[in-house]
Write a protein that binds this ligand. Sequence first.
Ligand code: FES
Length: 496
Amino acid sequence: MPRLITLSRAARLVGVKRGALQSKIQQGELRTFEGELLLSDLLHVYPQTKVEDTTMLERVEHIMENAVNKIIRPDEDTPDSNTLAARILVISQELAQARQESRRYKLLVNDLGQKLEELATDTEQTPDTAFSKLQAWFQQALETGVEHNGDTEIIAKEAFLRVMAAQVRILPSGHEFLIEGSDSILEAGLRSGLALDYGCSNGNCGKCKAKVVSGQVKKIAPHDYALSDTEKGLGIILACCNTAVTDVVLEAEEALGAYDIPQQEIDVRIKKIEQPDDRVLILHAKTPRTERLRFLAGQYLTLQLDSLPALGCSIASCPCDDMNLQFHIPASASNPFIEALAQSCKANDTLSIKGPQGDFTLNEDSPRSLLFIAVDAGFGPVKSLIEHAMALDTAENIHLIWITTAGNSHYLGNLCRSWDDALDNFDFTALEAMQADSVESLLPPIVTDLSNIADLDVYACTPEPLIKPLQQYLTDNGVLSAQLRMEPVRQNPPAG
Ligand code: FES
């Protein structure tokens, strides 16, 4: 029977981005059957796939370290996580081998039956000749069958992944993600870039209710929110308190756009304030565990500190970490809020956040590659979008151009270079403009390099005065308006 495999698992198996597989599907190189791929097609397109790929084992080691010990009660007799991972791999290989052999012998028995029928109806041969022919055929069939079949290893690897990471498919969107270790369904979904509905993250509010359509889940944390007997009978669970034991299909609500994200007001704790250069402050803040911020990448908040005038500020971190927030704030001695952050605020001080607002968000339905352009502290929301795009893992290619104007620096240039080094589909270009009004003059060689600019979704965040000229330049040079989103560097309190 043909073996089908989901897109997420296939990407993990052959070590490519989901976006790369999607593009092969669009180009007709891979067929899909209700969203799944044939393992044989996958191996045909990626013949170099090998079980020796150590990234999988390293990943497993990481997962085991972080998770297995939490699931299995620590016990002196319990093997350590590495031993368990190694044993599962061996068992998966043995199982795949056994399955392969059983399939082979089943085919052999069928062929033998056919052969016997043919000989029984052939009246021209003596029983001795028929027997000799049958014996020769059988010998050859056995020898042919013992050829090494490379599929065995890949099937073992797939079985291994199945043990290490259960898959969740969300209806009606069809979004899917893998759950590793003892993550809750909600945690894993957020980490994969999905905007699942939720509130408290700890079993109090009931906003993360989901219905189990198929598969098996397991409660991993107690919850105060009481599900009614009817809800339990319908298979309703709390995504923040359950994990998947097997592959599961769930019906769950997801935010489809910024308008689906509720307005929130939370007191957060300052973790640290960094000043990497004279022109920018990086504020790290942490929400209470029981009151995290739900937002979309690229959105902004209103920050309030004591009785100082409020500050509008884009979030520079990924929604996949809803407790640890980051903001990149252009330094300004004339703004009392920013001045207080630079001069007198310290770790553990409290500030209030309100929001989120804004629609400088990723078009998640788009299959196009992404171009991000940041000018100075415009890198903040762009960073949030890039981290979200990485979590989603659907973009085939991501380009980042970060332009600084006089006096500013690429204050997180090392981070960008580490993305460039670590990801095959990411490239980073750092540029310096002498004057703010010479920013567009830096773009022509890059835009020429990106010969397919009309095929890209472009996101640009720049200081307000540069918005119009940059927008004009980009649309004049092939960027389609529908594929261009612009955002000013936020600093003033949002209107209303
Ligand atoms: S998010 Fe509140 S109960 Fe799950």
